[in-house]
Design a protein around this ligand. Structure first.
Ligand SMILES: [Fe+2]
Ligand SMILES: [Fe+2]
Length: 162
């Protein structure tokens, strides 16, 4: 069965969002390096790699289903992060948006009666739960460390162990 036009369009949009996520995390990592927060920067580099893999997974799936990937322009980041708490908060908000978008995609697959895509998206549903947990933990950690250099140093080192 071929992917429906609607579903193919939505999968293309998700590929684009995953690539934009990768871009965002790499930009955050860059800003954290400039703040000498090398642990969080390393954590964000791994996140960049994960998001790239998410995009790759969907690209491969579209190819397996004989669909065409558009490779549209990826949105810019448009800001710099002056503190790790600022980056962590934005990454949590971003992951919540990504979860919503995966959920919409899942619902569309169900509407279109595309069981294979529904099953394919299950992995992403589970992954998003984990992504939100990690992002929330980072916000909590940097919140605690915001008035204490020693705690910040420790939490940054902890994130570097990812
Ligand atoms: Fe992702
Ligand atoms: Fe993510």
């Amino acid at each position: 069965m071929k992917l429906s036009k609607k579903l193919l369009k939505a999968l293309n949009a998700q590929i684009n969002l995953e690539l934009a996520s990768a871009y965002l995390y790499r930009a955050m990592s860059h800003d954290m390096k400039n703040l000498a927060l090398h642990g969080y920067a390393k954590w964000l580099d791994k996140q960049y790699e994960e998001e790239r893999q998410h995009a790759f997974k969907i690209i491969s799936y579209v190819e397996d289903r004989d669909g065409v990937v558009d490779f549209d322009a990826v949105a810019g980041v448009g800001k710099h992060y002056g503190s790790p708490l600022d980056a962590a908060k934005d990454s949590l908000a971003h992951e919540e948006k990504m979860s919503a978008s995966i959920r919409d995609l899942f619902r569309l697959a169900r509407e279109e009666g595309d069981i294979e895509t529904e099953l394919f998206l299950q992995w992403f549903e589970t992954e998003q739960v984990e992504e939100e947990v990690n992002a929330r933990d980072n916000v909590a950690g940097f919140e605690k460390a915001k008035d204490c250099e020693g705690l910040l140093y420790m939490f940054d080192a902890h994130l570097g162990g990812r």
